[in-house]
Design a protein around this ligand. Structure first.
Ligand SMILES: O=C(O)CCC(=O)C(=O)O
Length: 271
């Protein structure tokens, strides 16, 4: 952090079916280590196995001290950054598998985890084979308070309102969002930034896996809904500098949250 400014790097990793997870893990770790001038580094959702590679999840699931966590902890420490390492398929020895995000501190400690609350897939995939997270996670760091959400969560404004109430200033959203609905991705990222008057740092996947082309277009939006940076479709590292103090300033300058109706009146029944 330099004079109030935070540098964030979003690693929009390409995920394909032909790259073995161990190779992708080594590649991701090298990319994280290279971001040693950043304060915060972010990877996408389920990048070790693939967000749509359902068949690989059961065998490839890993515990919170598994190979991905180990590699990411070492990479965060080597680069000296806060690392939101995207999410893994977490094997809970006492329960189902989960879509779990990992946040590492600059000393390599696993500071927070977040199990995705809204599972995507309706009657298939994640919605069927994974457990749902039950906890809202807002992580206090020297960069600001990070509100954690994952991919499909972006469609549920009530989660982001709860993150606001928990103090979130930077909303971090790793994703494996398909190209087919790319307009929704950028629109919802901006909507959440405007509603919560917060920065949104949304890191998507590139490439094609499990037969699903990914949208890329990772995006960083400021509390006024302005797009500070947006990636293209392929693999890239999107780096942006911003001042987290802009959140408090925006909330004072345009104090919309003051007008929240916490007890919305019941609908009027008409005969
Ligand atoms: O909501 C969408 O359109 C995509 C969500 C998704 O792909 C996911 O949550 O993994």
């Amino acid at each position: 952090m330099d004079g109030g400014s935070v540098r964030a790097s979003l690693i929009q990793l390409a995920v394909s079916d032909h790259e073995p997870p161990a190779e992708r893990r080594a590649r991701a770790a090298a990319l994280v280590r290279a971001q040693d001038t950043s304060d915060l580094v972010i990877l996408p959702e389920l990048w070790p196995l693939g967000g749509f590679a359902y068949d690989a999840w059961s065998d490839g699931a890993e515990p919170l001290d598994g190979p991905t966590a180990e590699a990411m902890s070492a990479a965060a420490k080597a680069a000296g950054v806060w690392l939101h390492a995207g999410s893994i398929v977490e094997r809970d020895p006492d329960g189902p598998i989960y879509n779990t995000s990992l946040l590492f501190a600059p000393d390599g400690e696993l500071a927070h985890t977040y199990r995705k609350i809204h599972r995507f897939g309706f009657d298939s995939g994640e919605a069927v084979v994974m457990g749902a997270g039950q906890e809202i996670v807002a992580a206090t760091t020297e960069l600001g308070t990070l509100g954690l959400a994952t991919c499909y969560d972006l469609r549920f404004p009530e989660l982001f309102r709860a993150l606001l109430d928990a103090g979130a200033e930077l909303l971090v959203v790793p994703a494996a969002w398909p190209e087919r609905r790319r307009e929704h991705w950028t629109l919802l990222a901006r909507a959440r930034a405007v509603e919560e008057q917060a920065f949104v740092l949304a890191c998507n996947t590139a490439g094609t896996h499990g037969g699903v082309e990914q949208a890329g277009h990772s995006i960083v939006v400021d509390p006024w809904g302005r797009v500070l940076a947006e990636a293209g479709s392929g693999e890239e590292v999107l780096t942006v500098d911003f001042d987290p103090a802009e959140v408090a300033k925006a909330r004072v300058e345009f104090p919309v949250h003051r007008d929240r109706l916490l007890g919305i009146p019941a609908p009027v029944q008409r005969a």
